[in-house]
Design a protein around this ligand. Sequence first.
Ligand code: AHG
Ligand code: MN
Ligand code: MN
Length: 341
Amino acid sequence: MTQKISLSRYLVEQQRIDGRIPPQLRLLLEVVARACKSISHAVNKGALGGVLGTASTENVQGEVQKKLDIIANEVLIEANEWGGHLAAMASEEMDGIYVVPNRYPQGEYLLLFDPLDGSSNIDVNVSIGTIFSVLKKPDDTPGVSEADFLQAGNKQVAAGYCVYGPQTTLVLTVGDGVAMFTLDREQGSFVLSEENIRIPEDTKEFAINMSNMRHWDDPVKRYIDECLQGKEGLRGKDFNMRWIASMVADVHRILTRGGIFMYPWDKRDPDKPGKLRLMYEANPMSWLIEQAGGAATNGHQRMLDLQPTKLHERVSVVLGSKNEVERVTAYHLDAARKKAA
Ligand code: AHG
Ligand code: MN
Ligand code: MN
């Protein structure tokens, strides 16, 4: 019988291989996984646990918070604040950063998260998730401030998500490929279910909210038009469409069988660069996608090279199968060139 490899064992082994992950980072990842396990239990209880429905509060982005947004945020903070591995945390659900209280030792890492991604799906029993990104606090500054968080995605030291679907699956990278762990509810632990995940470079599946079509910019229209023309059109093949409205679930599908995901800038609110947030949605997902051989851009530039200017910065997102992402990016660059000429 092949032996099951738990997340703990996987992380210990990663630590042993040339110290690929330092002990504090290993602890951090174990703690995040434990928090995800407890969020998963809350999600599973649904109406019986009193976790469905809306709270009477709004987050910094002006979105009405769901009860589970707040619960998941608290679970992640409580799990992480005392271990001595973190200096501070930042979340979609908190205006500013959360500095580890003085009564606990301060560590060298910074943790960012979207505690509950896909909030509109909570009450309808569709897959949702948690997304996280880990950075190192720059060591040239005393204390910790929001500015310490404003690092490009290429500085991440770990990133991942946990999807609460028919199975609870944790997906992780520390910069050496992507590994997936499935929650074994009887054992209460995450077990390695796949390693070295690779995304096919080509795909026949796209994910975009088509109801926004009339607001899109020309390069996005051009790309989707060509997909919709199917076999008879320029692409010479039929495309399928999927849109779950939980980025975690859409990205999980892409990591599993390929595809392209887009949440582009659109004309509804031209001053807003996009809907999704750079630091705790786009960056961790982009790194996972790149680590699996895919690509991620904001339509013009590599996502991971963007320099954030604020914690809750929004961004246009194009990620997934490499050749498709390159095509969409080329269409954007082409349009920009023509506009400049
Ligand atoms: P969140 O629930 O954390 O606010 O994120 C929701 C995001 C993302 O998960 C999803 O891809 C997108 O919003 C769905 O947006 P639409 O409802 O506009 O399709
Ligand atoms: Mn989200
Ligand atoms: Mn969220």
